[in-house]
Ligand binder design. Structure first.
Ligand SMILES: [Fe+2]
Ligand SMILES: [Fe+2]
Length: 181
């Protein structure tokens, strides 16, 4: 508490300095002077972006290639996951842009930038489900690592990744249910 006659301090740091810093390099947008290593953040998010693109491709391919009456509900599940992965892809790409990077959608070397694999063609339904479960489990660990990295250094990116992680956990559970059902 402020002593009587003393002005309370509403801020955690020198607000004049903060105002000065904010006016400098305004072309950096959301990346302020206290942001540590935006380049590394962008690099790490490019890996997550590639992973999501590969997941969109795999689930889309799977949703189209499953056939037969019994696979209708599985196809719908794959398609729903493909939509979720597309949403993740978008969110990560937007964040890369906010951090001053250019989201890498180049198909060249896409597989080598992704944590998960595209997988094989000509798979049975059971193999597809298993392949997706493996991919989701990789994505879950990958996101946990990234959340640990962004923790306090970039709470917005961390919050976004936490939401994505929760979706990937749902996806893994869906695939396990299909496997067991
Ligand atoms: Fe995803
Ligand atoms: Fe997923």
């Amino acid at each position: 508490m402020a002593k009587s006659g003393e002005q309370p301090n509403y801020f955690l740091r020198d607000v004049q300095k903060l105002r000065g810093e904010a006016q400098k390099s305004i072309s950096s947008g959301a990346v302020t002077s206290d942001y540590k290593d935006a380049k590394r953040s962008v690099e790490l998010l490019q890996g997550a972006l590639a992973t999501e693109i590969v997941c969109v491709l795999r689930y889309t391919m799977n949703s189209i290639s499953v056939s037969g009456m019994t696979s209708k509900s599985v196809a719908a599940e794959f398609a729903e996951h493909a939509d979720d992965e597309r949403d993740h892809m978008h969110r990560i790409a937007e964040r890369i842009d906010q951090l001053g990077g250019i989201p890498n959608f180049d198909p060249k070397d896409l597989a080598s930038r992704s944590a998960t694999e595209y997988g094989g063609h000509d798979l049975t339904l059971a193999q597809m489900v298993e392949q997706n479960l493996v991919a989701e489990r990789i994505a879950i660990e990958h996101y946990r690592d990234l959340i640990g990295y962004f923790k306090d250094r970039d709470p917005s990116t961390r919050a976004m990744l936490e939401e994505i992680l929760a979706d990937e956990e749902d996806h893994a559970t869906d695939m396990l249910d299909l496997m067991e059902g």
